[in-house]
Ligand binder design. Structure first.
Ligand code: UDP
Ligand code: MG
Length: 317
């Protein structure tokens, strides 16, 4: 018989009183199924992370826990946002679990994908990404902005899995390494691919929110995207430098053009000098800012103190 793994399902909850009961019911069923198949150990749990909810979410979690201690929770002192709540949950869960699955409270992520995730884990994958194969339940606007976001991130040089949100399985080993990433500006989707190890993908269909409203209005979404780009990429800074060189090049063309105009006598006094100066100085300043930016980018990367490497196999041990 193979070893039964302790599974923790981590679920950040912000004002989710409307869905929590249903989520609990469905996860109970899923756990019973997995226990029967002997895929997970009896010590497996669901860890709700109350992210400073203003409604009765925490009271509900306590109540659920009293009835069935497979369901447990932690409560943050105030609302810190989805990503921070998730980190709190993951780092708490890793102390008890062999394998952790993170998902949303609203049942948009198909919990039946957990079976397949665990299967891939048992086959040796350390990270299994849940990827939506369709977005027809999302509004047109959400679909376009979200998919545009993934493409733009790729363009900016951030290694993320297309259409993968935060529905993923991670082994304890991955989470141990993850705890070495000390940065405060968190963008989990970008960090896990950086950790490496054997990864796999499970496709699932994204459902509609079971109840309640999205806690990600447009403003939060834009902030999130902006954070993602600026926490992972110094490309915007490089862009300034590139722009400077382009402008400097244009200034040379303009120099030639203005001098020709002057020679042919098509100009008023002083025009040639002014035009050349404006473009030349502009380009020079842009390059200077870009160079300063380059150093700021380096400082920025240093301050994150990310681990420089992670050893996967070690024959010495
Ligand atoms: N969430 C959270 N803190 C926040 C915002 C959201 O913990 O400040 C949780 C929320 O309860 C849900 C998950 O993050 O479990 C995803 O949020 P939501 O479903 O509203 O996002 P959407 O699916 O609309 O992008
Ligand atoms: Mg949702």
């Amino acid at each position: 018989m193979r070893k039964e793994n302790i599974l923790y399902v981590v679920i950040p909850c912000y004002n989710e009183e409307a869905v929590l009961k249903e989520t609990t019911k469905r996860l109970r069923e899923k756990f019973d199924e997995l226990l029967k198949k002997k895929v997970i150990s009896k010590k497996s749990k669901v860890l709700y992370v109350n992210d400073g909810s203003k409604d009765k979410t925490w009271e509900l979690i306590e109540e659920i826990n009293k009835k069935d201690n497979t369901f447990t929770g932690i409560s943050l002192s105030r609302n810190r946002g989805h990503q921070n709540a998730l980190v709190a949950g993951l780092l708490t869960a890793k102390e008890y679990a062999d394998v952790v699955v993170s998902m949303d409270a609203d049942l948009q992520d198909d919990i039946n994908a957990i079976d397949e995730m665990l299967e891939k884990y048992l086959n040796g994958a350390d990270i299994v990404y849940g990827v939506r194969n369709k977005r027809d339940k999302d509004t047109f606007f959400k679909r376009v902005t979200a998919e545009g976001f993934y493409k733009f991130m790729k363009l900016m040089g951030v290694d993320i899995v297309f259409n993968h949100a935060d529905y993923r399985l991670t082994s304890k080993r991955v989470l141990d390494e993850f705890s070495g990433f000390k940065e405060v500006n968190l963008f989990l989707r970008g960090i896990f691919p950086l950790i490496g190890f054997k990864e796999d993908i499970v496709y699932y269909e994204r459902a509609e929110r079971f109840a309640g409203v999205s806690k990600y209005p447009l403003k939060k979404m834009l902030n999130f995207a902006w954070d993602g780009i600026t926490s992972f990429s110094v490309k915007p800074l490089r862009f300034i430098c590139g722009l400077g060189f382009i402008i400097l090049f244009i200034s040379i063309l303009i120099m030639v053009y203005s001098l020709i105009q002057k020679v042919f006598g098509n100009t008023v006094d002083g025009w040639t000098f002014l035009t050349i100066s404006i473009w030349f100085i502009g380009g020079l300043q842009m390059i200077s800012i870009g160079i300063i930016g380059e150093y700021i980018g380096k400082i920025y990367n240093e301050t994150k103190e990310r681990p420089r490497y992670i050893i996967e196999k070690d024959l010495l041990k």
